[in-house]
Ligand binder design. Structure first.
Ligand code: B12
Ligand code: SF4
Length: 506
């Protein structure tokens, strides 16, 4: 947005990225996020005329509100505006239910053009009153039924200049949680990149279309090449993290992008799952040839019925099986994303999924609890049927928040952890296929984060035994027996009939 604004108007822009700043704090010497926000804004030395607060994620809803309040209190004469997925989807809640007075306006959907119009106007408030991409307290309060906000998209994405990375302290922004969670990447300097916007699919759990729309829009291939080259040569990028919602929409274009990645010798991560039907063998070979060694597979469910009826996802389970197998054969590590607890999903569906998912030759499963993201069809349905049991403005896919005629939230929460243990440990595919060193790397990663993880110790021990490392086998079995005694692990040890007699086993 900064680069786009500067193309047309003479503005000075400063960026305060609280994600990065807070990540770098050694401790949190504040009573709450609001105090932290005030302190960091003061330390930044900003004296803005306009403060724009951005929020993309439900878990940051309350932080978004705190930032807006802090900006209003610190800069009483400034225009305070907000944008991103959260205000786009929750503006009625913000202005009506929470009676928010500190935001002068909220932007609906993408912000480049609405922000430019605003900055070019002589009277901000009257511009926001007239523009249907700007939401104000008055519009929502007086015309709630009549007021329908509208997108103002840029069709040809190349109109947006190369991003204004000079706003960032690149060293600080390189503390990137995405790259470090990928199997093949260590301590890399990664930049997010989005070569297209929009997605035509109708997945019921997704709200991306509310911000970016359903129509695909693209950067040209020339522009993708230019951006990646500048990131590499001017900013020292070693990794590009693709964030397109539907990168695979045009396969020929993907081949060209992979060619560029390969030529520039950049690591490429595809953090969003890539549409599986498009990942045929030649395409996966092209990924491999470009140096890609890790992919995320959006399998989403092991039940065809749930995929079709609950998720509206045009995906056949056999395609997921084939892609995971091909990746393994080619030497591409895979994480598989699974959601459980959709409205309409039954316990029988979940049981079916548990069995089916064991057939996926993936390296690791990420099992998440379906979260009713505001703006998604799933949220609308869950709200209508009164299925939402907790405040969803903080929902983050870890906490089960839906309760239906078929299951309780506690059941989904328990099942999420049980499926994690079952698919990643008890039936771990790498162990089953004798890929012990790959499995071990994952188990040791779990132990690093959770040193008392009894199952990680047990299965790490099994790998060491198979690799003839007797000493490490004994060390991990000893750790297993120690932790298996705790009340938390005891129930899972019993459930999976894991060994309990230390003397007999070691
Ligand atoms: C990159 C990304 C990440 C990165 C973010 C890195 C970073 N520092 O930016 C990482 C990996 C860290 C991440 C993490 C998560 N993510 Co994420 N992520 C994305 C992704 C793929 C792209 C975001 C992006 O850059 N878009 C491109 C730009 C052009 O669009 P934009 O950011 O929306 O900004 C435009 C408008 O929103 C608007 N705008 C935005 N801010 C402002 C401010 C003002 C003042 C104005 C006027 C306009 C404006 O104008 C912008 C330009 O057009 C989106 C999907 C998507 N397509 O947006 C998901 C998405 C935002 N993530 C999502 C989720 C759920 C998460 C996680 C909660 C996942 C998890 N379980 O951990 C976490 C939360 C992290 C946290 N901090 O709490 C969901 C959010 C849904 C929701 N309501 O919560 C999305 C929509 C994906 C999806 N379809 O489900 N994510
Ligand atoms: S989840 Fe992905 S594929 Fe489905 S609608 Fe959202 S962006 Fe598109």
């Amino acid at each position: 947005m900064s680069a786009f604004l500067k193309k047309f108007v003479d503005v000075e822009v400063q960026l305060l990225d609280l994600n990065t700043e807070i990540n770098l704090l050694d401790d949190f010497p504040y009573d709450n996020f609001y105090d932290c926000c005030v302190d960091l804004i003061i330390k930044s030395g900003f004296e803005p005329d306009v403060v724009g607060v951005s929020s993309l994620f439900s878990p940051s809803f309350f932080n978004f509100m705190d930032c807006g309040r802090a900006a209003r209190n610190l800069f009483p004469n400034a225009l305070v505006i907000g944008g991103g997925n959260i205000p786009t989807n929750s503006y009625e809640h913000i202005f009506n239910d929470l009676d928010c007075t500190f935001f002068d306006g909220l932007c609906f959907g993408e912000g480049e053009r609405p922000l430019l119009g605003l900055m070019q106007s002589s009277d901000y408030h009257s511009y926001m009153r007239k523009s249907s991409s700007w939401i104000t307290r008055e519009k929502v309060a007086t015309d709630a039924a009549l007021f329908v906000p509208a997108h103002d998209f840029i069709d040809a994405l190349d109109e947006i200049p190369f991003f204004d990375y000079n706003l960032c302290n690149i060293e600080k922004h390189s503390t990137n949680p995405v790259t470090s969670s990928f199997h093949s990447v260590e301590n890399q300097r990664g930049f997010h990149i989005m070569t297209s916007r929009g997605c035509p699919y109708l997945c019921t759990f997704c709200a991306s279309h509310r911000t970016h729309g359903r129509k695909m829009r693209f950067h040209s291939i020339e522009r993708v090449r230019e951006d990646m080259s500048r990131l590499k040569y001017d900013f020292g990028a070693t990794t590009v993290v693709f964030q397109d919602d539907h990168l695979m929409s045009d396969k020929d274009r993907v081949y060209e992008i992979l060619q560029i990645v390969g030529e520039l010798k950049l690591e490429a991560l595809f953090q969003n799952g890539l549409t599986l039907y498009a990942l045929d063998r030649p395409m996966l070979e092209a990924f491999y040839a470009a140096g890609v060694r890790h992919l995320v597979l959006p399998v989403e469910s092991g039940s065809e019925k749930v995929l079709k009826e609950q998720m509206h996802k045009p995906l056949k389970f056999r395609i997921s099986e084939r892609v995971a197998k091909d990746c393994r054969e080619l030497g591409i590590y895979t994480n598989t994303n699974i959601l459980i607890g959709m409205p309409g999903e039954t316990k029988a569906d979940i049981e079916e999924a548990r069995i089916n998912l064991r057939k996926i030759h993936t390296n690791w499963f990420n099992i998440a609890c379906a979260s009713p993201i505001v703006g998604s069809d799933m949220h609308a349905l869950a709200k209508k049927k009164n299925y939402i049991k907790v405040d969803t403005f903080g929902s983050d896919f870890r906490k089960a928040s839906i309760e239906t005629e078929d299951f309780t939230a506690e059941y989904i929460q328990d099942m999420q952890y049980l499926m994690n243990l079952e698919l990643n440990f008890v039936h771990n595919m790498d162990v089953r296929l004798g890929e012990y060193s790959i499995a071990l790397k994952a188990f040791k990663n779990v132990i690093r984060i959770k040193p008392d993880h009894a199952f990680a110790h047990y299965f790490a021990a099994q790998c060491y035994q198979a690799m003839d490392d007797t000493q490490s086998f004994h060390e991990h079995m000893a750790a297993y027996f120690e932790h298996a005694e705790s009340p938390f692990w005891k129930k899972y040890v019993e459930y999976f009939s894991m060994p309990t007699n230390a003397v007999a086993q070691i």
